[in-house]
Unconditional design. Structure first.
Length: 221
């Protein structure tokens, strides 16, 4: 059994989307931050950091060793490595050591280190940090940093539906989620990035995953 611990509109959305794309059977465990779920001893036993997403893979039918894993990028990479070959709708995976593999890893690193980080800075200084530590001026700094990184991302976009031709990849999932995060933060995307987001975000698997996460949150309210 695959179990994802998460909450709507967080990085767990990347993992739930991928699970649906791969056609895997999984269950969702909603973590309610307002009720202190992330600091509950049971959850801290699984993840001492108290953060989501967290994936537990106990798929005994596939005869795999059990795995407990945090960090959304690592989880997505693991899922594709373990299940892509048996999926009816596999994601794009580059051949190791090729130019495409180099660009693939460059995209993933750039999205998580350069494009996402200003958004997290924005969020921290808006609501995540204790009020005494928030600096309102950092929000403007974060938007400036995001716009600078976004201009690079736009220049790298290919003339194809996805970052690597006509097949979805983990890089697409990470980029789409990050661009959605930006728009929900009130940031205006460049036209080419906005069109890319529109094209990829309409995938049915993303809609299914979002519905699962939102429904779990409603049931727990």
């Amino acid at each position: 059994m695959l179990t994802l611990y998460g909450a709507p509109r967080t990085r767990s959305a990347r993992v739930s989307w991928l699970l649906e794309e791969l056609g895997l059977t999984w269950q969702y465990h909603y973590i309610n931050f307002a009720k202190g779920d992330s600091q509950h001893p049971d959850f801290l036993t699984l993840n001492p950091y108290g953060k989501i997403p967290l994936l537990i893979d106990e798929n005994k039918a596939a005869q795999h060793s059990p795995v407990t894993l945090s960090e959304s990028t690592a989880i997505c990479s693991f899922l594709v490595e373990r299940y892509n070959d048996t999926s009816s709708t596999p994601l794009y995976q580059p051949t190791n050591g090729t130019p495409d593999s180099a660009r693939y890893h460059q995209w993933i690193s750039f999205i998580t280190c350069e494009l996402e980080q200003p958004l997290w800075t924005f969020a921290k200084h808006k609501f995540a940090l204790p009020k005494t530590l928030r600096q309102e001026s950092m929000q403007a700094v974060a938007i400036w940093e995001f716009d600078k990184a976004a201009s690079i991302a736009e220049s790298w976009l290919p003339n194809s539906d996805y970052l690597f031709g006509e097949t979805l990849s983990i890089a697409d999932i990470l980029l789409t989620h990050t661009l959605q995060w930006a728009t929900k933060s009130g940031i205006t995307l460049t036209p080419k990035l906005a069109q890319y987001l529109k094209n990829v975000a309409c995938r049915p698997a993303l809609s299914r995953a979002s519905a699962i996460e939102e429904a779990a949150a409603v049931r727990a309210a």
